[in-house]
Design a protein around this ligand. Structure first.
Ligand SMILES: [Zn+2]
Length: 177
């Protein structure tokens, strides 16, 4: 009986960690140079969640107080928003970006204090709609070209084949489904 309970709990923990698609909490330490990419394909929809340290995106993680820093953050946010440029799906799949939301404490003017802004991150949510999802064999991730300070993306994905994980780098930036 006790064993059964324990097994069930262990199962829950495993399931919980596999499905941890929740955003990285600010308190959790990130490693500079390493971001996370979560991708799910559901029917004709592809949703992507990208989380990256500010240092990978703009080279710093403090609240931008200088004009030049503010401009750098705004320019980076615009590049992050351009999901069609960052994620190249096969032409045959006919994918079009529907939405892109960029979140970062670095984007907000400081009215009220945020905990410690020492390790600010960018979090971006994308959704794509694909005319021919059966042609979704891979995606070329052009993130490393856009953000050369980034070295690695840890990928978790859920596709028609089930769950998978991968690691992308500048020299290996194709994610095969
Ligand atoms: Zn940091």
């Amino acid at each position: 009986m006790e064993n059964l309970v324990r097994t069930a709990l262990a199962g829950l923990v495993v399931t919980g960690s596999l499905l941890a698609v929740s955003p990285v909490s600010a308190a959790e330490k990130h490693a500079h140079g390493e971001g996370e990419l979560k991708l799910a394909i559901e029917g004709n929809k592809v949703v992507i969640e990208l989380t990256a340290p500010g240092s990978d995106i703009v080279g710093f993680e403090h609240k931008p107080s200088l004009d030049a820093d503010r401009k750098a953050v705004a320019a980076a946010a615009a590049m992050l928003k351009d999901g069609g440029a960052l994620f190249a799906f096969p032409d045959k799949a006919g994918c079009k970006m529907q939405e892109a939301d960029v979140h970062s404490e670095m984007l907000h003017d400081d009215k009220h204090k945020h905990g410690d802004g020492d390790h600010a991150e960018f979090e971006v949510h994308y959704s794509f709609s694909c005319a021919t999802p059966s042609a979704l064999t891979h995606v070329d991730v052009r993130y490393f070209k856009a953000f050369p300070r980034a070295h690695e993306l840890e990928v978790q994905m859920i596709t028609q084949k089930g769950q998978g994980a991968a690691e992308l780098t500048a020299s290996s930036s194709r994610l095969t489904f």
